[in-house]
Design a protein around this ligand. Structure first.
Ligand SMILES: Cc1cc2nc3c(=O)[nH]c(=O)nc-3n(C[C@H](O)[C@H](O)[C@H](O)COP(=O)(O)O)c2cc1C
Length: 173
């Protein structure tokens, strides 16, 4: 697939098959994340955590339901693989969040290229910020903060083939 085709085909997927993606697919997606541009080249101040342990995913689902008071909420929309990007605060215009978003978007496009469903996940970040025990269990490095998440898995429905149009106002001066 060409890059522009993947960009046009990308769509948020929130319903996943239980079947796990292959190790090879995961490696391609993680490699794409690691190839992202990072401000000031601080690659060693960014971290990617992959969660595939079913029991842990279930515990995270239960904990976020308690935290949010929403009993149907799931940490990664029930995806078999969840990814959390964390980083060291940079003290420069919140650049760690830009870095996290670059990593996530690279992984999103790689997943789309492989016909793997995906959705950017921010909603669990406040929960993680308030959950030092899970931060420790997830082995997020000391001093790092959770920035963004990504749910990936085989989509229940085939990815939308037609480009999805969203309108962002553009000025060319
Ligand atoms: C920074 C960011 C945070 C997002 N957080 C969530 C989220 O927590 N949960 C979710 O279901 N979708 C989340 N999304 C996905 C957006 O809702 C989605 O991209 C948007 O509705 C456009 O739809 P599309 O991705 O299908 O084109 C997030 C997207 C971005 C860029």
């Amino acid at each position: 697939m060409e890059t522009i085709e993947a960009i046009n085909k990308r769509v948020s997927v929130r319903f996943f098959k239980e079947k796990q993606i292959t190790q090879e697919e995961l490696n391609i997606i993680l490699h794409a994340g690691a190839r992202a541009p990072i401000g000031l080249k601080k690659y060693d101040e960014m971290h990617i955590t992959v969660i595939q342990n079913k029991e842990l995913l279930e515990r995270l689902d239960n904990a976020i339901q308690k935290y949010s008071g929403q009993n149907k909420r799931r940490f990664f929309h029930g995806a078999p693989t969840g990814i959390i990007v964390s980083g060291k605060p940079t003290n420069y215009a919140y650049m760690e969040y830009d870095n996290g978003a670059c990593i996530i978007e690279n992984m999103i496009l790689a997943a789309t290229d492989l016909n793997i469903g995906n959705v950017y996940m921010k909603s669990m970040i406040p929960f993680l910020e308030d959950s030092p025990t899970f931060m420790k269990e997830l082995k997020i490095p000391d001093g790092f903060i959770p920035l963004a998440g990504l749910a990936i898995g085989y989509p229940i429905e085939e990815l939308q083939r037609e480009p999805k149009e969203h309108k962002i106002e553009i000025n060319i001066i």
